[in-house]
Design a protein around this ligand. Sequence first.
Ligand code: SAM
Length: 232
Amino acid sequence: MMRNTLGEMEIRCTEEDSRRLMEYMRLVLEKNQHINLTSITDPDEFILKHFLDSAAVMKLPEYRAADTVLDLGTGGGFPGVPLAILTPDKQFTLIDSLQKRVRVVEEMCGEIALTNVNLQHGRAEDLGRDQRYREQYDLCLSRAVADMAVLAEYCLPFVKTGGYFISYKGSDIEEELGAAKKAIRVLGGRIAGVEAVNIKGLEHNFVIIRKETSTPGRYPRQAGKPKKSPIR
Ligand SMILES: C[S@@+](CC[C@H](N)C(=O)[O-])C[C@H]1O[C@@H](n2cnc3c(N)ncnc32)[C@H](O)[C@@H]1O
């Protein structure tokens, strides 16, 4: 079902890619018994919500154009790991603030011999001020991490001017997006578009933000602050 659906979405998935994705699912479900990586344990649902949903971004030109991709708040490796499997020509950095998850995802990537992924433990607010990460990426992705205004402060500092931040959001985003407009602008971004996707009845939106100007040096604020008092 996975390869057929990816084919319908015009996303290339070789037999080897498919084998690796299935092995990654097996590993996640196995590790999930000891450390919380996902609430989804049914294989069909896992394929839909973790693999197909993650891969849907591949049809966007802003994704295709990127060489370096950051996944902020990757959790069990989503969307970063499936994307790294399906687009081996891109370099991925996967960040999460929970060290145990980072270690396990790193181990699982090793087991499926993924060479285009780097795992980094840390909070967005700290790494976004670190010159090794700040404004180094063509594209930053994030799924299910925070509200849009908070997410803009987590993600935009990592993006090069001229690059993009794409957020995976649900179907109802107007209010959230309206409340994030100021934050996006202040951090150097501009909403370039919202792309609706429907994968086998699963509806969501990609919010596409272009980084127009460099993020002012005072952002991101110290750890905890963006969530506690989002820029409004
Ligand atoms: C609900 S999980 C989503 C995981 C994954 N992106 C997915 O869609 O399945 C949110 C993740 O974001 C991480 N996170 C939350 N705040 C963060 C921050 N400020 N910096 C880095 N990671 C953060 C959490 O540790 C958690 O693993």
